[in-house]
Structure formats: C-alpha cells, structure tokens
Write a protein that binds this ligand. Structure first.
Ligand code: ATP
Ligand code: PRP
Length: 218
C-alpha cells in the first residue's frame, strides 16, 4: 500500500483558503469535507487523510507526529514555538499582530496591563522594549478589554482594521506580519520525503502563481 499523508487543517477562517490552495496543487479533498461534522476524512483515491483541528492546536498535532504536515498561522507558530519544520509561506490569511489602544487613555504609570490571546509573543515584545507590563490572557474579543477597563493596551490580530475602528481603538505598533505556513513533522519528513517534497513543490507553484496574480492586480 502506498504511504498515507496526514495533514492537520485549521477549522475556521483559514480553512477555505487553505483548501483552495491544496485543490489547485492537485490534492483533491474529500467531497463531504464542507458539510460533514467528521473530524478525520480520507480522500479515497489518494489515501490523503485530513484532520480538522482548532487553529492553535495544529502545531501540537504536527509536533507529536500524528499529522505529518499542517497549516498554521505564523501568529500561532510565534506563540507556541513547536519542534516542527516551517517550510513554506502560503501567503494566505494575511494579517498582522499589533498593539492597539484607546487614543485618549491614560495608561497605568506603574504597570500597564496588556490583554492578548498571545501571552508569550506579547511578553517577549515588551521585554525587548524594556517595558514592564502585566499580561492578561483572553481567548477572543480582545478589543473589549480596553473599552471595559480591563487593560490599557491589547496585542491582537489586525487585518482590515475594521474591528479596531468600530471600537474606537488605534494601532500603535506592529509586532509582525502574519500569513499561514506549511509545517512538517521532522520524522515524517525523513520517512516520507518524496511525497512531502512533491507536495511542497506543487504548493510552491500555486503560491507563486497567486503572488504573481496579486502583483499584476496592483
Ligand atoms: N481577521 C483576520 N483576517 C485574516 N486572518 C486572520 C484574522 N484573524 C485571524 N487570522 C489568521 O487566521 C488564523 C485562524 O484564525 P481563526 O479566527 O479561525 O482562529 P481562532 O481565533 O484561533 O479560532 P476560534 O475563533 O475557533 O477560537 C489565525 O491564527 C491568524 O493567522
Ligand atoms: O482587522 P479586522 O479585519 O477587523 O480583523 C481583526 C479581528 O479578527 C480577529 O478576530 P476574530 O474574528 O477571529 O474573533 P475573536 O476576537 O473571537 O478572535 C482578530 O482577533 C480581530 O478581532
């Protein structure tokens, strides 16, 4: 039997763009993937197996080798620092990690509070800036924190800037540009090198084609 490749795909907003890339690269996805509640799906023809995971958990599945490959946001990789190879910038789910605040807020002069879903990234950033802060970890709706008096600033994803604008917040610093990446388990890469290299090659061609099309649009 030919060896199976298992890929951890993030549910949620990355899924559609990632699925589109895979299809364009010649990897058919199981037909039921759009409407099923199943979390493991196999493409019958190729034996290609897909597990559907929370975006933050994708690197965990790949590090432990239960998935050979995965697709994860750079934000997640910066936060988690897992033992995986990051082999390709897929150029999808483009956004940035940034600091934002209310424009007229008087920050706590002793120990400003920073609300975020990315406590490690935020701690590193403020440590490097030489600023002492208290990190408050939240799981979502981060923009709420300064509005309700829980934090002085936030570190969060900004894409269109609409969420900041509609909540009267302003971006003050950028921490990192973010896109989704293809990650690989180091052992899988040794054992299934040919198949994985073939996938990297065909995905790279699609990513390059997309970037070229974007450039032409500008
Ligand atoms: N507004 C956005 N625009 C573009 N990309 C984004 C945006 N927000 C997040 N992302 C990227 O998409 C990834 C997944 O985001 P998503 O909101 O689906 O996940 P999540 O917030 O971790 O999951 P959940 O909402 O299920 O808890 C992030 O890790 C980031 O790389
Ligand atoms: O700049 P924008 O285009 O407005 O996008 C940014 C928003 O998108 C993400 O939130 P998400 O929708 O994932 O919800 P969450 O707050 O529950 O994480 C992020 O956390 C911001 O809140």
């Amino acid at each position: 039997m030919s060896e199976t490749l298992t890929i951890a795909m993030p549910k949620g907003r990355i899924f559609e763009e990632a699925a589109d890339l895979l299809k364009k690269a010649g990897y058919e996805l199981p037909v039921e993937i759009e409407k099923s509640r199943k979390l493991i799906l196999t493409e019958e023809l190729t034996g290609f197996r897909i597990i559907l995971a929370k975006p933050m958990d994708v690197p965990t599945y790949v590090e432990h080798g239960v998935a050979d490959l995965g697709i994860a946001g750079k934000d997640v990789l910066l936060e988690e620092k897992r033992d995986v190879y990051e082999v390709l910038d897929l150029g999808i789910s483009v956004c940035r990690l940034a600091v934002a605040t209310l424009p007229d807020l008087k920050p706590d002069p002793v120990m400003p509070k920073i609300a975020t879903k990315y406590p490690h990234v935020a701690s590193r950033f403020f440590r490097e800036q030489g600023e002492q802060v208290e990190i408050i970890t939240l799981n979502g709706s981060i923009e709420l924190a300064p509005l309700i008096g829980l934090a002085d600033r936030i570190v969060d994803i900004v894409s269109t800037g609409r969420t900041l604008k509609e909540n009267g917040l302003v971006e003050t610093e950028k921490l990192a540009d973010i896109t989704s990446r293809l990650i690989i388990n180091p052992v899988s890469y040794r054992l299934k090198k040919n198949k994985i290299d073939a996938m990297i090659k065909s995905l790279s061609a699609v990513v390059e084609g997309n970037a070229y099309a974007m450039d032409r649009k500008r």
